[in-house]
Design a protein around this ligand. Sequence first.
Ligand SMILES: NC(=O)c1ccc[n+]([C@@H]2O[C@H](COP(=O)([O-])OP(=O)(O)OC[C@H]3O[C@@H](n4cnc5c(N)ncnc54)[C@H](O)[C@@H]3O)[C@@H](O)[C@H]2O)c1
Ligand SMILES: Nc1nc(=O)c(N)c(NC[C@H](O)[C@H](O)[C@H](O)COP(=O)(O)O)[nH]1
Length: 219
Amino acid sequence: MHVHVNAATSVDGKLSSRRREQVKISGDEDFARVDEVRAASDAVLVGVGTVLADDPHLTLDDAELVSKRESRGKSSHPARVVADSRARTPTDARILDDEATTYVLVSEAAPADRRGALETAGAEVVVAGDERVSLPAAFESLESHGVERLMVEGGGEIIFSLFDAGLVDELTLYVGSMVIGGRDAPTLADGDGFVSAFPRLSLQAVERVDDGVLLTYEC
Ligand SMILES: NC(=O)c1ccc[n+]([C@@H]2O[C@H](COP(=O)([O-])OP(=O)(O)OC[C@H]3O[C@@H](n4cnc5c(N)ncnc54)[C@H](O)[C@@H]3O)[C@@H](O)[C@H]2O)c1
Ligand SMILES: Nc1nc(=O)c(N)c(NC[C@H](O)[C@H](O)[C@H](O)COP(=O)(O)O)[nH]1
């Protein structure tokens, strides 16, 4: 499976503010590019922290991209995936509407009633891992459902885990020309952090987009 992480940060590397509310970092051109990456993916993944903070929809905004997918024999929108160890996704979350298939990756520790509630709300629940979602095991399961290209839209906890597990193939990072600051504000890669064996990336492209910079890396 090809895993493509896409995110937007401030110049100081923050994904959002210390309030963990969504901050619009990208401009129109970058959001249009994000829509194209979504359209080229079989599924789009976020962590439950992002679902709780942003309530994203993760479908395609551009009707032309929808019809191009349909003409290629694909579903109208990529599937949506939430990494959610304890099944905390609210049943009225926008990602659970019926516009696209939604997989909720949970661990064995997820309460049975929450799993049941998510299934009733239309989610395909995938169990992988004991306390926390095992990303390699969950990705194998997604592959068996035909997910060959997976886009990841954050946040910082899940992105760190993906780098830690060596699962990232490509990173596109939009750096907006703004400062957010805050020692407790989420960054591109949070988690426990690395103290050695820091993942090294290979810079492929640098491009001016909107009023910021788009960096493309092979990982
Ligand atoms: N600017 C951007 O591009 C962007 C993108 C996404 C999110 N955000 C922001 O990021 C913040 C949310 O990020 P976050 O880091 O709090 O949450 P997150 O989205 O990374 O979700 C983390 C949660 O995922 C679950 N999880 C399941 N398996 C896991 C695993 N193996 N490893 C790690 N987590 C696992 C855990 O419950 C964990 O708490 C919000 O403020 C949001 O606005 C910004
Ligand atoms: N590329 C990007 N630039 C930003 O400035 C920003 N704040 C996000 N944030 C990612 C986050 O997950 C958002 O919640 C989804 O991008 C919203 O997706 P929808 O429009 O609801 O489909 N992503």
